[in-house]
Write a protein that binds this ligand. Structure first.
Ligand code: ZN
Length: 179
C-alpha cells in the first residue's frame, strides 16, 4: 500500500465534480487500500478520492477507536466505511453545528451546520449496494466527504473560518479569526 499525496485547493481537481465509479477492478481496489492507509496516516476520519487527485465518486470514512473514541462513538468507533457513488437519500430535519477541518486545508477550522442524521446509499468496494444510517459525528463526516465529490469544501458553507495560530499541539486551540 502507498500513502498518497493529499492535494490542496490550489489544485483544480479538488473543485471538479467527480465521475461515477463504474469499474471495481484491481486498480480500484488498490485505490481503496491506498486511500484507507492515507486517511489513517494523516490522521483523518474521512477522505474523498478527489483529495488524492482522483476525480471519482469514492469516499472512505473511519472514526478512531482509541478508548476515548469508543466511549464517544460506541459501536461506530473504528468501523471502516468504503462507499463508491454515495448518495444522501434521506436527512433529519434537525441540523447541528460543529467544528470541521479538512486534510486539504491544513490549519483551518470552521463552524458548519450539518444534518444530525443522514441515510447514505452507494456501493461497497465490490460493487454491492449498501445503505448506511449515520448520526451525529459520523453523519457530519459523510456529509463533508460527499461534498468533496461535488467540489464543495467546508470553507464554502462554514459560518466562520479561522486559522490555528500555531501548528504546535499545545496552542492548537488558540485561534485567530480571519473572516
Ligand atoms: Zn475535507
Amino acid at each position: 500500500m502507498t500513502i498518497l499525496d493529499i492535494i490542496q485547493p490550489d489544485n483544480p481537481i479538488l473543485r471538479k465534480k467527480a465521475v461515477k465509479v463504474t469499474s471495481f477492478d484491481a486498480r480500484f481496489q488498490k485505490l481503496v487500500d491506498d486511500m484507507v492507509e492515507t486517511m489513517i496516516a494523516a490522521p483523518g476520519v474521512g477522505l474523498a478520492a478527489p483529495q488524492v487527485a482522483v476525480s471519482q465518486r469514492l469516499i472512505v470514512v473511519r472514526l478512531p477507536d482509541d478508548e476515548e473514541s469508543k466511549k464517544e462513538y460506541g459501536k461506530e468507533a473504528g468501523v471502516l466505511y468504503v462507499v463508491a457513488n454515495p448518495k444522501i437519500i434521506k436527512t433529519s430535519k434537525e441540523m447541528v453545528e460543529g467544528i470541521e477541518a479538512c486534510l486539504s486545508i491544513p490549519g483551518f477550522y470552521g463552524d458548519v451546520d450539518r444534518y444530525q442524521m443522514v441515510v447514505v446509499t452507494g456501493q461497497d468496494r465490490t460493487g454491492k449496494p449498501i445503505r448506511i444510517k449515520a448520526k451525529g459525528w459520523l453523519a457530519r463526516v459523510f456529509q463533508h466527504e460527499i461534498d468533496h465529490l461535488d467540489g464543495r469544501l467546508f470553507i464554502d458553507i462554514a459560518k466562520n473560518v479561522w486559522k490555528a495560530k500555531d501548528v504546535d499541539e499545545e496552542t492548537a486551540d488558540e485561534t485567530i479569526e480571519i473572516e
